[in-house]
Design a binder for this molecule. Structure first.
Ligand SMILES: N[C@@H](CCC(=O)N[C@@H](CS)C(=O)NCC(=O)O)C(=O)O
Length: 242
């Protein structure tokens, strides 16, 4: 297999935040491919470490074969290609500034709040007491960021008006972690809950989850096929990100 001119996005499973960016690609509607990455297994290999030295998903390989990591960088890459402004706003406008503000908050404070809970889950050497401390702090961080996000949400259907944008995509990839960790009571944050329910019912997100789960899925037609990780790694050695 050789890499095509279509960009390739990794979809990390289980429960990768990258499902948000897959959702964004679906909403954008431009051709792309997906490489599924088992974050508990094949992501830990030396070959993957050469793709992303921080051993994380998401990773985007552009049509030119450049490797781009970090959710925010990939979101801005999508914005730059969204000439029809389906999921973003004209750069330089107040709406675009606000979109960046939401994406930054979601990708830093909101996403980061869950990290103690992931650490508690994965820390093999931690005592039960240490894990409980991590979970306790995690729950309070997640609750604080939920309160803040709840206050940021207005009366519109989506974060920035009545159509979904990159901000909604970044949100939906992460917001579901509350269920897995049972970090907060979702009904305490009715605007966030309504937003989640709206986007989680969207065919684009349902497609992203089906791909994550390894189920057959078609999507809106922009996704042109799956690329095995070994092919992606073979074809990107020599074009790696920092
Ligand atoms: N700063 C990175 C963080 C990405 C991130 O946290 N990825 C998680 C999955 S959603 C990951 O790969 N974690 C690796 C691990 O759990 O070991 C970004 O925004 O893209």
């Amino acid at each position: 297999m050789t890499l095509t001119s279509e960009p390739i996005l990794t979809s990390g499973f289980p429960l990768g935040s990258s499902a948000g960016l897959v959702t964004a690609f679906e909403w954008l509607g431009q051709p792309y491919r997906i490489t599924r990455v088992d974050m508990l297994g094949e992501m830990r290999t030396d070959a993957y470490k050469r793709l992303n030295g921080r051993v994380e998903t998401p990773v985007l390989v552009t049509g030119e074969g450049r490797v781009l990591t970090e959710t925010m960088a990939i979101a801005l890459w999508l914005e730059a290609r969204d000439a029809e402004r389906r999921i973003s706003f004209e750069p330089g406008t107040p709406e675009a500034d606000r979109l960046h503000q939401f994406v930054a908050f979601l990708n830093t404070g909101f996403t980061g709040a869950f990290y103690p809970m992931w650490v508690a889950l994965e820390a093999e050497d931690a005592t039960e007491g240490e894990k409980e401390t991590l979970r306790k702090f995690g729950r309070s961080f997640v609750a604080k960021r939920h309160e803040q996000l709840e206050a940021m949400i207005g009366d519109s259907d989506y974060l920035l008006g009545n159509r979904p944008t990159l901000a909604d995509a970044v949100f939906v990839g992460v917001a579901r972690w509350t269920d897995f960790h049972q970090a907060i009571e979702p009904r305490d944050y009715p605007r966030i809950l309504a937003l989640r329910q709206r986007i989680e019912a969207d065919p684009a997100f349902r497609f992203a989850v089906a791909i994550e789960d390894g189920k057959p899925a078609i999507g809106g037609g922009a996704m042109k096929g799956l690329v095995p990780l070994e092919d992606l790694l073979r074809n990107t050695s020599g074009a790696l990100a920092a």
